[in-house]
Ligand binder design. Structure first.
Ligand SMILES: *[C@@H]1O[C@H](CO)[C@@H](O)[C@H](O)[C@H]1NC(C)=O
Ligand SMILES: *[C@@H]1O[C@H](CO)[C@@H](O)[C@H](O)[C@H]1NC(C)=O
Ligand SMILES: *[C@@H]1O[C@H](CO)[C@@H](O)[C@H](O)[C@H]1NC(C)=O
Length: 655
């Protein structure tokens, strides 16, 4: 009503009381919330009143614990937004190091899923810092949260919601993509920065509103917040990676230029491509093999017809000083003749698949291999053994130096496994966060499937993460060298064992710009070995776009072209320019390698925003069309069609 609206909280301070679609005045007021329409775009019309009956109040005094305080909270009323509210809940505040604070909000009476990531807590009592956190008014300079295609590095705070739930999804703004990183950094107006991790793997979303405020919603686990106190942006990332694990140290060769393509189709085309690269003398160190090297897309095989002689050819490449990466998928065909496909037979014998809700029959879905497929459950130690064994054996077939793990969201081409998901509260919870299709089963397995660590509902977004460390160790063991693992799905701390590419990007000018944002974000997430597919992946590229992308991509930490148009495709002039830009990269490799060392030892970013070095200069807060390698080298690429220079007025503000 009008008088309700006039007394209502100001638009910019509204917190959505009906985050699921379909809010009406009736169902809003029925939950005790206020309904006021507004023409402010995306602002909620149904929101919590100032004296909200929801929420919790303090029950009794804070109790001192070994490393901080414990308080108990009780629900204020019987009202419930999503049902099954827990009361009381306990809040533990722990001073973990002098730069790190943990708030853990949990149910004292029932055990709930917790992310199995061990964060050491030496524990110190520095009470004054707590006061600082609670009194600080954050600014609107908020960065991070992933994985999404963000159109700016500095977030728009005008009622924007991002869902997080790993998904096989080509990058589109606002969609939840392959990985999950519930971490953000905020740079306050006085230039002090802090970072916050919500250590939670369930489907979740976060709303950014102009107050400025952030609202976290997750549908499982516990609310486990870690606060990193900075004060500089670099300090925040150092403190974050101290907690979750420092990035791995990549091999020097993996900083060289890399080539890949989906659809070489035959070893002859592969050889032609490699020869053409050499003929044009384009710096080039690593060759990737996408799924078409496999026999009928079966893991741990190669196509003995179209790729006859591949084992010998890979050895030849290695003798010439190159390195080879092979792709592996996390699904195993169950429909080969019994006794002919060892990966399935051995896995079946070992009982390593993700199971249906009964906990004993394997979940069967459909993916790249012909027939139907089962999904190795990498949270199970037996699966790790199986995978390790097969990776070691396969090294004797194809002489690889690293493994690229794809489709590990995990991707399934159906909605849930056969015969579809049961209608229950786990598969259809009362609130589904703001994720694509508002479905937890779309393109993946049913949430009530069973993994070793618990329900897929809890472990879904940990699938790629749980595959990364075992693959890293297998590669290390197989090669006896520093491991190379590239993973599509990632989670908090994946950077310890792998790198990432920004997914199946589109060959479009704006995507080229967004790749800088993605690269800056993954550096905040502790995954500095990062890059996008140079020239894009989907859609046809053009000469000019691909050329500009080669120039930008020469400065991705992970520099790989994964397009039908490789740098030798467009002829002499294109090759000449690619050679020149890559030679700049190569001349700077000792510097890049040193930055990775700093990152591995101290947790620094490798690629960083200008804001990290010039924090007090307010202009740098919004720059995402240029970036720095470490503190000392700036790259400001041409990102627009038909232009040959970077002008001032160009949103960078840089001359
Ligand atoms: C899945 O089922 C197999 C038997 O088929 C069993 O050996 C295994 O322990 C089960 N795993 C999980 C996580 O339920
Ligand atoms: C590609 O996708 C990633 C997310 O996977 C996104 O961050 C990035 O901006 C996209 N664009 C490019 C060109 O990489
Ligand atoms: C890409 O190029 C090929 C060959 O030139 C053409 O057949 C195809 O239609 C193009 N695809 C798109 C999406 O433009």
């Amino acid at each position: 009503s009008p008088e309700q609206c006039s007394r209502a909280v100001a638009v910019q301070r509204r917190v959505d009381c009906h985050p699921q679609p379909g809010a009406t005045q009736e169902n809003c007021e029925a939950r005790g919330c206020t309904w006021c329409t507004t023409d402010v775009p995306n602002a909620p019309w149904c929101f919590f009143p100032e004296d909200s009956p929801y929420g919790y109040s303090l029950g009794g005094n804070a109790e001192k614990t070994a490393k901080g305080w414990r308080v108990t909270l009780n629900k204020r009323s019987q009202l419930s937004l999503f049902g099954n509210d827990i009361s009381p809940v306990v809040v533990d505040v722990e001073f973990q190091t002098k730069d790190r604070l943990r708030f853990k909000i949990y149910d004292p009476n029932t055990e709930r899923f917790e992310v199995p990531l061990k964060i050491d807590s030496p524990g110190v009592a520095v009470i004054s810092i707590y006061l600082q956190i609670t009194t600080t008014v954050p600014s609107t300079s908020v960065y991070g949260f992933g994985e999404h295609e963000h159109v700016s590095f500095k977030h728009n705070m005008d009622f924007v919601t991002y869902g997080m739930f790993s998904r096989d999804q080509a990058p589109t703004p606002f969609a939840n993509l392959y990985g999950v990183h519930p971490f953000y950094m905020c740079v306050e107006d006085d230039s002090n920065a802090h970072g916050v991790l919500l250590l939670n793997s369930n489907a979740q979303d976060v709303s950014l509103s102009p107050n400025p405020s952030l609202t976290f919603r997750t549908i499982g686990g516990i609310l486990d917040f870690y606060v990193f106190l900075g004060p500089t942006p670099e300090n925040v990332v150092q403190q974050y990676t101290e907690a979750i694990g420092r990035p791995h140290m990549p091999a020097y060769w993996s900083l060289g230029f890399q080539l890949s393509r989906w659809g070489y189709g035959s070893i002859d085309v592969l050889k032609e491509t490699v020869n053409r690269m050499h003929r044009y003398d384009i710096p080039y160190d690593v060759q990737h093999l996408d799924i078409d090297y496999m026999e009928r897309r079966l893991d741990f095989t190669y196509d003995k017809e179209n790729f006859a002689g591949l084992p010998e050819y890979l050895q030849e490449l290695k003798k010439a000083g190159m390195h080879n990466i092979i792709i592996l998928d996390p699904f195993i065909s169950k429909d080969e003749e019994p006794g002919t496909y060892r990966p399935y037979d051995l896995g079946e014998e070992m009982g390593i698949w993700v199971n249906n809700s009964d906990g004993v029959t394997p979940a069967v879905g459909q993916a790249w291999p012909p027939g139907n497929a089962v999904f190795p459950d990498y949270t199970n130690p037996r699966t790790v053994e199986w995978w390790n064994q097969l990776c070691l054996e396969f090294k004797n077939v194809l002489d690889y130096d690293g493994i690229w793990i794809d489709m590990n969201e995990p991707s399934n081409f159906l909605q849930g496994q056969f015969p579809g998901c049961a209608d229950n509260d786990i598969n259809n919870p009362p609130y589904i966060p703001s994720i694509s299709d508002r479905s937890l089963a779309e393109k993946t397995l049913c949430p009530d499937s069973k993994t070793y660590l618990g329900e897929h509902y809890n472990t879904h977004s940990l699938f790629g993460w749980s595959q990364t460390a075992p693959t890293f160790h297998a590669v290390q063991q197989a090669t006896g060298k520093r491991a190379f693992v590239l993973s599509r799905s990632t989670f908090v701390s994946s950077g310890k064992h792998g790198g990432h590419w920004l997914g199946d990007n589109f060959s479009q000018w704006k995507d080229m710009h967004y790749s800088i944002i993605g690269m800056l974000e993954f550096n905040l997430f502790g995954m500095p070995y990062i890059g996008a597919d140079i020239c894009g992946f989907n859609y046809n590229t053009t000469y000019e776009l691909c050329l500009r992308w080669m120039q930008l991509g020469s400065f991705y930490p992970f520099s790989r072209n994964h397009n039908e148009q490789d740098p030798a495709f467009f002829g002499e002039e294109f090759a000449k320019i690619s050679r020149a830009t890559l030679r700049i990269r190569y001349s700077l490799l000792p510097y890049l390698y040193t930055l990775f060392f700093e990152s591995h030892v101290h947790g620094n970013t490798v690629v960083r925003s200008l804001m990290h070095e010039f924090t007090s200069d307010q202009q740098t807060r919004g720059i995402d069309t240029a970036f720095l390698w470490g503190p000392a080298f700036m790259v400001a690429p041409v990102l627009e069609e038909a232009s040959t220079a970077i002008k001032k007025h160009h949103h960078t503000g840089i001359k």
